[in-house]
Structure formats: C-alpha cells, structure tokens
Design a protein around this ligand. Structure first.
Ligand code: SF4
Length: 171
C-alpha cells in the first residue's frame, strides 16, 4: 500500500523517550494556527513510499528504542499507518503517535474505523490540535497544554482515557 511521507529521521531524541525512528507523514486537515510544519498539510506533497519499504527500513535500523509517527497527521492516512503499526507491533516495537484528533474523537470513529483500530497497536497517543494560546515549554513532548500523553493499551482496557505520568512514559 502506498503512503505519502514528508520526511524520515532515523535517530531522534526529541520525539518521545529514548532514540526513536520518526516517520513524518504528509497531509493534515487540522490547520492549527502556529503549526510548525505547514508544509505537511497538503496530502499530495512529499514522497510516495510503499508501506513494505517503510516497515523494512524501520526493522533494519539499529540502535532505536522505538518509533514515533508524526506529521502532518499520521491518522489522516490511517489505512497504510494501520499496516505499519501492525507489523511493528508483531516485533514488539514501542510506538508513539501524534495526532490532531482527540482520543475521544478517534474512539467515536470521527476519523474512520482504521484510525480507531490503529489505537490498539499504539503504546502512546499524543492527542489534540496544537493551540497557540496554550503553548507551553513545560509540556514534555507536547506543544500546548491541551495535548495529552495517553497510555493507549490501558485506556482501551479501562474504557476511559488514562494519561501517562512523567515517571512512566512507555518504554
Ligand atoms: S495537527 Fe499538527 S501538523 Fe496538523 S496543523 Fe495541527 S500542529 Fe500542524
């Protein structure tokens, strides 16, 4: 399956805990004022890849503690992202995903069934649009205070949003 990609960073230390492979997907419908990556909004810009090639590249990258899906909004391309997270989950790779949708919106299918299914393969979802008036430098791994670091597996298990604490961020 094809996926439109804005960029790849194989060893990042600022997009989640540890050293992480970061996939920046192309396309975002949220148009948050103050967004740092407006070049990723267009669904047609960037480079088209096959999901198999992305999966193989991740699996052959050494010295990573996990994978972070960022963008753009990765869940804007939920079908190919679902393929990728399923493959990574089989290899027990820690997965974080940023999205402009809230957990509740995804859970109630507002971004479609595949986007909801992706949640079950994630360790952490960083959710919600970036809100410039709520910008804070104190929010670890987030831009604004409305965004949450959500423990996806516990949230699904408990049927409610369970946020990560600063002492346990999913590695
Ligand atoms: S969700 Fe993220 S990428 Fe999309 S407009 Fe908002 S800040 Fe930018």
């Amino acid at each position: 399956m094809r996926i439109q990609i804005a960029g790849i960073e194989r060893h990042s230390s600022v997009n989640g805990p540890g050293v992480r492979y970061v996939l920046f997907t192309q396309g975002c419908p949220h148009a948050c004022p103050g967004c740092q990556n407006p070049d990723t909004w267009s669904p047609t810009a960037g480079v088209s890849y096959d999901t198999e090639d992305i999966i193989n590249d991740i699996l052959s990258t050494k010295y990573i503690d996990g994978v972070t899906l960022s963008g753009g909004d990765p869940l804007f391309q939920a079908k190919p992202i679902l393929e990728i997270v399923k493959a990574l989950n089989e290899k027990k790779i820690n997965i974080w995903c940023y999205t402009g949708w809230t957990y509740e919106q995804l859970d109630s299918l507002q971004a479609g069934p595949e986007a909801k299914e992706v949640l079950s393969y994630l360790d952490v979802l960083v959710d919600g649009r970036f809100v410039l008036s709520l910008l804070s430098r104190d929010c670890i791994y987030r831009g604004s205070t409305n965004q949450r670091l959500i423990d996806c597996k516990k949230s699904i298990q408990e049927g409610k949003v369970v946020e990560m604490t600063s002492f346990n961020y999913g590695l």
